[in-house]
Ligand binder design. Structure first.
Ligand code: HEC
Ligand code: HEC
Length: 220
């Protein structure tokens, strides 16, 4: 009788251990899947830094020394479909009716590098899209749908809301004035404080979006 009970206990313990083992195994494989999923992105970021950053900026923000040579072009990466990204990156700017200074990469990059860098571009694009949504929700009334400073309420303010398509301010400045408001930066107090309503991430996203609408090359 006693032995029987012991046997049962051991059996239950054994089953329990199997469960723990299965759980640990599943967790391990989930970590492996996570790692595998993120690998292309990490590799894509490295490809981007190596081949693309000198023109498009470290993170695709379009701001760096050589970018200034391309006056009148906006070098920030804008959201596009994977197909559209594939076309311009593999065939070059001229093939899609854009600047011939965007080189074709199909011969320079391996298939894997190309697909990794596309994964990276998609993530940059998503960030800009999120930033655009933040902008459309909070900023158009003053700065206008296109960011030209001609929103419906713009006439109420003097100085008027800035024309964000011609801004010569860098990302740090924009982040500060958006977070702290105009008054803190010795500008118009009608530029509101957004630091309490928007998260840091949302502000970073909207700053990423603003880069894509500047039409002249950034001066500094
Ligand atoms: C020699 C400079 C240069 C290099 C290097 C370069 N590009 Fe470009 N790229 C350009 C120019 C110029 C444009 C066109 C901008 C325009 O027509 O408005 C462009 C446009 C693009 C666009 C479309 C921009 C948009 O509107 O979203 C993408 C995407 C892009 N490049 C990706 C890449 C990738 C990925 C690499 C690296 C594998 C790369 N570029 C390397 C110069 C460069
Ligand atoms: C109530 C109107 C109003 C709203 C809403 C508003 N702004 Fe402004 N913003 C202004 C005004 C006015 C200025 C100009 C300040 C000055 O020139 O002294 C300004 C200036 C700025 C500047 C400085 C640009 C430069 O080149 O100097 C940035 C960046 C900016 N706003 C971003 C935003 C963003 C992003 C949002 C939405 C999250 C936003 N603003 C919402 C009124 C507004």
């Amino acid at each position: 009788m006693r032995f029987h009970r012991l046997g049962k206990t051991l059996l239950l313990l054994f089953i329990g251990l199997l469960g723990v083992q299965a759980w640990a195994k599943e967790r391990d494989s989930r970590e492996v899947v996570d790692r595998e999923l993120h690998k292309p992105l990490v590799r894509g970021g490295i490809v981007f830094k190596h081949y693309c950053a000198r023109c498009h900026g470290e993170a695709g923000e379009g701001e760096n020394r050589t970018a200034k040579l391309y006056v009148g072009l906006n070098m920030a990466i804008k959201p596009q479909s994977k197909d559209a990204f594939f076309k311009i990156v593999s065939k070059g700017g001229e093939a899609v009716g854009r600047s011939p200074f965007m080189p074709p990469w199909e011969e320079e990059l391996s298939k894997e590098q190309l697909s990794d860098v596309l994964a990276y571009l998609m993530v940059v694009g998503e960030r800009v899209s999120r930033g655009e949504a933040v902008y459309k929700t909070n900023c158009t009334l003053c700065h206008g749908v296109d960011g030209d400073g001609k929103g419906r309420a713009s006439k109420l303010y003097n100085p008027p809301p800035a024309d964000l398509t011609r801004s010569d301010k860098n990302d740090d400045y924009k982040t500060s004035i958006i977070t702290l408001g105009g008054a803190a930066m010795a500008r118009s107090p009608f530029m509101p404080v957004w630091g309490e309503q928007l998260s840091k991430q949302e502000i970073a996203d909207v700053v990423a979006y603003l880069r894509t609408i500047v039409t002249k090359a950034a001066a500094k």
